[in-house]
Design a protein around this ligand. Structure first.
Ligand code: HEM
Length: 403
């Protein structure tokens, strides 16, 4: 398998396929225009609410109280909790996230890359040893969890990811740990994201379940997605012979920003979102009745000519790190647009800079397998690279001396 190979049927990457209903009765939309129409949701016909899928009395996992599973309207058309929940944290993400997290992410990245150099093997599985590790460490720091908890939290997230929706374990240990974090923060306040949450909980804006929902929800939303995209960054640059291109632009934030958008577009780590249809809708000749499930394929929409914004850009089926404009939908659109988008971009830029600087000669080891698993997130599990170990040791010593 090559990094650019599709991990599922190629039709889910083809925006020219008209909306259709599969043999299981699920509807699918794939073009940029149709996906945008659903995401804009002007008539409130589509909902992320999980209620229709859960049996009567089924346990509700804390992650289902998070903003990604509630709408500004309920299934009955009453006012929903989404905008309140998003409103609590959106100012922090807009004003503080990048400013306060940049030095933190830089240090975590340097530590993570240095651990690779310390192995003294000249080899690295970019997926497991750098990408998913860094994305979990960043989430731990973002939320105020102990970094030592990274493996434990990873295991808890795996339990969540592999449990059926209608039979989620309550994950009491995680709930207990989150309450300990809250208690500590009440006793010793700071000005981080956790303090924003604790203060909204103290003044009654959000309730107990919602507070836990943020902590688990951010972990679930920001870890595997970002981990996949970070691995994609190295794999696509390697496969399309652009690693030297990136090395030459290591301090050019604008060039790396464009490359990051293309990595997001081309890989679309979160390929599809299933939505509940509240009222009858029509896509061309296809009638979608109320009560159906509609899958919106970001992965297909991102290969639509529309990503070039009406300008003469490269063919969307090719990887072009200089593509601009790049109207991809890998981070969603409109009401539920990804709240962590700037953090994900920042992590990509910083990891590319630090890894390309500290691992000289980094290149893909094509003698070893590459593996991507199709799922809610299309995660990369194996992406083997090699680098010049002696040169990496020298760079590490030089950089340590300069600091
Ligand atoms: C490359 C990494 C990422 C990708 C590809 C990604 C993708 C997405 C997508 C497609 C959506 C919209 C889903 C929908 O329409 O229902 C979304 C929403 C969201 N993302 Fe991300 N995401 C990434 C990283 C992050 C990070 C790092 C965080 C936070 C730490 C985060 C937090 C969220 C939240 C809170 C929402 C829900 C927003 C809302 O419902 O209002 N994401 N993300």
């Amino acid at each position: 398998m090559r990094p650019s190979d599709f991990p599922r049927d190629a039709k889910f990457y083809d925006p020219s396929i008209p909306p259709f209903c599969d043999e299981g009765g699920m509807f699918h939309v794939l073009s940029h225009a149709d996906v945008m129409r659903v995401l804009q949701n002007k008539d409130e016909a589509f909902s992320r609410d999980q209620e229709p899928y859960l049996g009567e009395g089924a346990p509700i996992h804390m992650a289902m109280e998070f903003m990604w599973m509630v709408e500004p309207f309920t299934l009955d058309g009453e006012t929903g909790r989404h905008d309140v929940l998003r409103g609590v944290v959106e100012p922090w993400f807009k004003n503080n996230a990048v400013r306060t997290m940049e030095p933190v992410i830089r240090q975590l990245t340097v530590d993570t890359v240095n651990e690779v150099v310390s192995k003294s093997t000249g080899t690295v599985n970019v997926a497991t040893e750098m990408s998913s590790r860094l994305s979990m460490r960043v989430i731990c720091r973002l939320l105020g969890m102990d970094i030592e908890r990274e493996d434990w939290m990873r295991a808890q997230l795996d339990i969540f990811n592999t449990s059926p929706w209608d039979d989620m374990p309550p994950q009491w240990e995680v709930q207990a740990y989150f309450w300990q974090m809250v208690a500590k923060r009440l006793a010793d306040p700071s000005d981080e994201l956790l303090d924003v949450l604790v203060s909204a909980w103290s003044d009654g804006t959000i309730d107990d379940r919602e507070l836990l929902g943020y902590l688990f929800g951010f972990t679930a939303a920001g870890t595997d997605t970002t981990g996949a995209s970070l691995a994609n960054a190295f794999c696509y640059l390697a496969e399309f012979d652009k690693l030297d291109w990136a090395r030459d632009r290591i301090d050019d934030d604008e060039a790396l920003r464009r490359a990051t958008e293309e990595i997001l577009r081309f890989g679309t780590p979160f390929p599809m979102k299933p939505l509940y249809v509240r009222s009858d809708v029509r896509f061309g000749d296809l009638e979608v009745p109320a009560g159906s499930v509609l899958a919106v394929w970001f992965a297909a929409a991102n290969r639509d000519e529309a990503v070039n914004g009406g300008q003469a850009g490269s063919d969307p089926s090719t990887f072009d790190p200089e593509r601009w404009p790049n109207r991809h939908l890998a981070l969603g659109w409109s009401t539920h647009y990804c709240l962590g988008s700037e953090l994900a971009r920042l992590e990509t830029r910083i990891l590319l800079q630090e890894a390309l600087r500290r691992l000289p000669g980094l290149r893909m080891d094509t003698s070893k397998p590459f593996r991507r698993i199709a799922g809610i997130v299309d995660s990369v599990t194996e992406a083997h690279f090699i680098f010049d170990q002696d040169a990496a040791d020298r760079v590490r010593a030089e950089l340590a001396r300069d600091n």
